[in-house]
Design a protein around this ligand. Structure first.
Ligand SMILES: [Zn+2]
Length: 340
């Protein structure tokens, strides 16, 4: 209905697949695509995925200069080492290294800073203590992003079921059997509510920084909470990527939420680009179709947890969610938009 900015996705340095991504975008009216992890590569294995730091220059060469105005990228700076060793033993040295890299990547064209959920869930300091996202040793990083005028997209927690015991009663039982590394019920991990507490504190600690909270702040099961979070934190915005299952099973409440917070929600899919995947999103947002199957987390349609119902949003709201809100949030994007 309107051109779309997919403001939450990942290319994972697979530059050879770019042609297919662009084809899917062209066929479905996706004008611009954000690679949130332009300096990270990823492989599947170990019952989940394995991340490793990469070189942001690959993104700039393949996308930003190869396909001008269709792609923009965020940097993760130093915040994406594989979990295991301490994130830092010398906090001051780590902070300095992070700020240098953030400055360098933003100067070269990165439009934001992205932090993965491993921060707050898995990364430890040299003394073996978990590093929460609102840890004061990292505070200057978020402050600096605010000063540079780039938003911070930070993923914290995951669906509630991922934190609950892996039994047939768990609504994500099948997923957790398929990806055992996504389960955080082990008491060595912090509890879901604790992660959410630190998340909100982080946003409130840095009111001059824009925070983009993916997956409805990872609490789409509780839209009352997400609404309160948006009310309390004017510097927070949400995407609904990879959570249409949770939204589409409560279509009346979701529709009300999307209309009420129409200026605070931006479009993101977080799934490999395909015609079917994008068309599913449009069907959910634009129609009142009932009981249709959503894609799995990897964007394929072979497996789903339950069926969903469309929320038939009014055109004025769709326009904001499809691109107007992202154009306001992402620095430099309007210039790209005008050239696409
Ligand atoms: Zn993502």
């Amino acid at each position: 209905m309107f051109p779309v900015i997919d403001a939450h996705n990942h290319l994972w340095a697979k530059w050879d697949t770019l042609g297919g991504v662009v084809e899917a975008m062209d066929d479905t009216g996706v004008a611009i695509y954000c690679d949130l992890t332009s300096n990270v590569s990823l492989a599947w294995g170990g019952g989940g995925y394995i991340i490793s730091p990469g070189d942001i220059q690959g993104f700039f060469s393949a996308c930003a200069s190869g396909l001008p105005h269709r792609f923009y990228g965020f940097t993760t700076a130093t915040l994406t080492p594989p979990p295991g060793p301490p994130l830092f033993t010398d906090a001051a040295e780590f902070l300095e290294r992070t700020l240098v890299m953030l400055h360098d990547h933003v100067a070269r064209g990165a439009r934001g800073l992205k932090a993965l959920k491993e921060l707050g869930l898995q990364y430890h300091d040299g003394a073996g203590r978990l590093i929460h996202c609102d840890d004061e040793r990292l505070g200057p990083v978020w402050e600096e992003a605010g000063k540079l005028g780039v938003p911070v997209l930070i993923h914290q927690a995951d669906p509630i079921g991922f934190f609950q015991p892996v039994t047939p009663e768990n609504e994500h039982y099948d997923t957790l059997q398929k990806f055992p590394a996504w389960g955080f019920s082990d008491p060595k991990f912090p509890r879901f509510e604790e992660v959410q507490r630190h998340y909100k504190q982080l946003i409130q600690n840095h009111p001059r920084t824009i925070f983009l909270l993916p997956h409805l702040a990872n609490w789409p099961e509780n839209l009352d909470y997400v609404g309160q979070l948006l009310d309390d934190c004017p510097n927070a915005f949400v995407d609904f990527s990879a959570r249409i299952d949770e939204l589409g099973r409560q279509p009346y409440r979701t529709r009300e939420f999307f209309i009420r917070y129409q200026d605070r929600i931006f479009f993101g899919s977080d799934m490999p680009a395909s015609r079917e995947m994008y068309r599913f999103h449009f069907r959910f947002l634009e129609t009142f179709d009932e009981h249709f199957a959503p894609p799995d987390y990897d964007g394929t349609f072979g497996r789903h947890r339950w069926h969903v119902h469309g929320i038939g949003l009014p055109p004025a709201v769709l326009k904001k969610i499809y691109h107007e809100n992202a154009l306001k949030l992402i620095p430099g994007l309007r210039a790209d938009w005008e050239k696409t």
